[in-house]
Design a protein around this ligand. Structure first.
Ligand code: S3P
Length: 434
């Protein structure tokens, strides 16, 4: 299905907005609840295609799951040893998180399985999980070049591993921790830079001991997860579009409600503040083991900055919209150390540089980032390359462009942000399906 957005220039964003539930946490809530003992209640679940794909995989693995209904899901946990052979190929849709985390979990089961996905996902690298899982004793076949589908054979008892990740990836870390639940001994994963720690936090919420120290996470295999209730906060990655939109559009003021502010995800706030954004964090609290807060954003003039490398993994999914912020900043913004952007739902360095150039912005891609000189932005037609975050980032760019922007290939916005067009329009973006 082809979906395009048509966005008229100008306008401002105003009001109180609650964006949908966190995608990373929603995936993990279904995964861990499925292998826990007892019934877990999830609220605030993201009813987007990615998280639904994960839910359907667990149904195929024999887990009873009721919902989602208004973000509420009931998972009747099957226990660590209760998953059943699926009897069909498991479809992860567009979701790298689903495929990589499931690879870890399925590698430890006593039955064969096969994981596939859509055209985009079938171009994404899987050796990063297949290699260390193989070192644990798993039997995983990828297609040529380490790409999906993944064929996973029934394993005997896995061996624990100590693994230093060559790329800072929460998906790889989580896959190994999930496999480690079934392994003999202590599995430890060391990361070169901090990555999102939702898996560790949620395992603890399910009563499973996990030790995190000096950039290494360890757990012992053979324990038990006990059902619990999980409250999923609003996704900071979805909130980021409104943070940037309200910053660049004069006369804006929005309050983003109940946003997950896990420090391993909050890099976007620090980066936007460095650029001069007016972001206030209000009403900080803890919900479901994760820090949450409301974020008030008022329009502000931005300046170009060199983005500190340490913030890159903490804002990795927000770069499409941060590049849009840079396009409207005074001076030059330089991003380095972000080569991972090349293997996301699209090559976000090339695709964003190409789109910004079409709008008249001087954007030069580099191997591991981009240089962007802020300036006047015209309208134009943008190819999102089926990347949800690219589509939403360019939609926000229209708030200060001199002409209308058309964004092509937007169907995948439904993977992470169902209802984006209606919510953005109600806040003041002049967007419609076109
Ligand atoms: C995710 C980890 C990140 C992120 C992705 C979600 C997760 O990927 O980009 O959108 O939920 O663990 P990497 O692990 O590849 O960095």
């Amino acid at each position: 299905m082809t979906v395009s957005y048509q966005i008229e220039p100008g306008g401002a964003l105003r009001g109180r907005i609650r964006v949908p539930g966190d995608k990373s946490i929603s995936h993990r809530s279904v995964m861990l609840a499925s292998i826990a003992q007892g019934v877990s209640r999830i609220t605030g679940f993201l009813e987007g295609e990615d998280a639904i794909a994960t839910m359907n995989v667990f149904r195929a693995l024999g887990v009873r799951i009721d919902g989602p209904e208004n973000g509420r899901v009931l998972v009747h946990g099957a226990g660590l040893r209760g998953l059943r052979a699926p009897g069909r190929v498991l479809d992860c849709g567009n979701s790298g998180t689903a495929m990589r985390l499931l690879a870890g979990l399925l590698a430890a089961q006593g039955f064969d399985s096969e994981l596939t996905g859509d055209e985009t996902l079938r171009r994404r690298p899987m050796k990063r999980v297949a290699d260390p899982l193989t070192a644990m004793g798993a039997r995983i076949e990828t297609s040529d070049g380490g790409l999906p589908p993944l064929r996973i054979r029934a394993a005997g008892q896995l061996r624990a591993i100590r693994y230093a990740m060559p790329v800072a990836s929460a998906q790889v870390k989580s896959a190994l921790l999930l496999a480690g639940l079934y392994a003999a001994g202590e599995t430890c994963v060391a990361e070169s830079a901090p990555t999102r720690d939702h898996t560790e936090r949620m395992l603890r919420a399910f009563g499973y001991p996990v030790e995190s120290k000096g950039g290494t996470v360890c757990l012992q295999g053979g324990g038990t997860l006990t059902a619990t209730d999980i409250e999923v906060p609003a996704d900071i990655s979805s909130a980021a579009f409104f943070m940037v939109g309200a910053t660049i559009a004069a006369g804006s003021e929005v309050t983003l409600e109940h946003v997950g502010l896990n420090p391993t995800r909050a890099g976007v706030i620090e980066i936007l503040r460095l650029m001069g954004a007016d972001l206030q964090v209000l009403n900080e609290r803890v919900a479901g083991g994760e820090p949450v807060a409301d974020i008030r954003v008022r329009s502000a003039r931005l300046r170009g900055v060199e983005i500190p490398a340490r913030l890159v993994p903490l804002a990795i999914d927000e770069f499409p919209v941060l590049f849009v912020a840079a396009a409207y900043a005074d001076g030059e913004t330089v991003v380095t150390g972000a080569q991972e952007l090349r293997v996301k739902e699209s090559d976000r360095i090339e695709v964003m540089a190409d789109g910004l150039s079409r709008l008249g912005i001087a954007a030069s891609p580099t191997l591991d980032g981009m240089r962007i000189r802020g300036g006047p932005c015209r309208g134009g037609e943008i190819q999102s390359h089926a990347d949800h975050r690219v589509a939403m980032a360019f939609s926000m760019a229209a708030l200060r462009a001199s002409g209308p922007i058309t964004v092509r290939d937007c169907a995948n916005v439904a993977t992470s942000f169902p209802g984006f067009v209606d919510l953005a329009r109600s806040a003041g973006l002049r967007i419609r399906h076109g």
